[in-house]
Design a protein around this ligand. Structure first.
Ligand SMILES: [Fe+2]
Length: 366
């Protein structure tokens, strides 16, 4: 069996209304001066104001940073660290989707260890201790609250840099399904399908271990049974909670088991075309499962007819079904395959994955 070192580092507060306990959780971590990293949408929806109220009620000083967008860049991270530096921050709260959570982690690297975020590209490059952090995810998808890496784009080249360290894990995560109710149908669909792909890819990756398999299977069970429900009844808190937990378990599985060829093939699609990550994943995931079958059939079969189910879920969510339908020109496939072949997640795919494999998968998906 594959050896592992499981060190749970995140306290998880799960349930409708748990968001109100943010101030209490922050105090328990010894925070007195808090940096709140929350995107503009959090201000528009009033969640940022709610967070500030909860923190202030516990006598904390709050400094809010909102100047970043989805897919945060190194320059945005630098601006956040520069803003926070004079305030002698002792705690960071990330509130929002994966971008807010990744931005919070990245600012922590620079604030506590100096330099620029690019210096931490890779894993384990932060020598000094990092500040305690709390995650409050408002989407169910990335599972970033369960991971010790942040994905940040290089400001010039736009290359996505995964920057991680075992010290960069959130000390607490508040999973309040009420916060995910205001996601649009499109965001619910794309982020939910992304979470589903995390369950599927981690279950078969070459890095999987007995523990990550538990998280992958639980994630699949929760997501598979609630994805259609949240799309049909967006206010259903039971289903929203199941999606949020499923996404969290998927994130935990990823922390140990990495990903695979579907993420490798989706990377160049989002980088070159106007496609959300989850939509790009939906275009290739079922094809990757079929392509992997010769080496992973036994594991997939435990989930039932997983290829048909993945297609059914994508169709229900009205995600694009083919690369052709998503306006990807056929002539671009070889160039995209070249990019996909070098994507870091492909290394962990159970069947040896390279440029030729990516082209085969893209052609099936066209
Ligand atoms: Fe993903």
């Amino acid at each position: 069996m594959t050896p592992f070192d499981f060190r749970p580092r995140t306290r998880v507060l799960f349930g409708a209304g748990e968001f109100a306990r943010l101030g209490e959780a922050a105090r328990e971590l010894g925070g007195t001066r808090c940096l709140l990293v929350a995107d503009q949408g959090m201000l528009d929806r009033g969640y940022a104001q709610d967070a500030i109220r909860s923190l202030r009620a516990r006598r904390m000083e709050v400094f809010a940073f909102h100047d970043f967008s989805s897919g945060p860049t190194a320059a945005m991270v630098a601006a956040g660290a520069e803003y926070a530096a004079p305030h002698t921050i002792d705690l960071i709260v990330g509130l929002g989707g994966g971008s807010s959570l990744d931005c919070a982690k990245a600012i922590n690297f620079v604030l506590s260890n100096g330099g620029s975020i690019k210096d931490y590209w890779g894993y384990g490059k932060a020598a000094k201790p990092m500040l305690p952090m709390i995650a409050v995810p408002t989407t169910a998808g990335t599972g970033s609250e369960a991971q010790t890496s942040a994905v940040i784009a290089d400001s010039e080249s736009k290359v996505k840099m995964a920057c991680g360290d075992s010290k960069a894990g959130f000390r607490a995560a508040i999973l309040d399904p009420k916060l995910t109710v205001s996601q649009s149908r499109t965001l619910t669909a794309t982020s939910g399908y992304d979470a589903i792909s995390h369950a599927i890819e981690t279950l078969v990756s070459t890095r999987r271990n007995a523990l990550s398999e538990c998280f992958s299977r639980s994630a699949w069970r929760l997501l598979n049974s609630s994805f259609e429900r949240v799309l049909k009844e967006p206010e259903d808190l039971e289903a929203r909670g199941a999606m949020q937990l499923g996404s969290h378990f998927g994130g935990l599985a990823m922390e140990y088991s990495m990903l695979g060829a579907a993420h490798a093939c989706a990377g160049p699609l989002t980088a070159n075309y106007d496609l959300a990550h989850g939509a790009a994943i939906a275009l290739v995931l079922a094809h990757v499962v079929e392509w992997n079958r010769p080496v992973a059939a036994r594991i997939y079969d435990e989930l039932g007819d997983v290829v048909s189910r993945l297609r059914e879920l994508a169709e229900f969510a009205e995600l694009p079904a083919t690369l052709h339908e998503a306006n990807v020109p056929e002539a671009a496939l070889p160039r995209l395959a070249e990019e996909a072949g070098t994507h870091w997640t492909g290394k962990f795919n159970p069947r040896q994955f390279d440029e030729a494999a990516a082209l085969e998968i893209y052609r099936c998906a066209y």
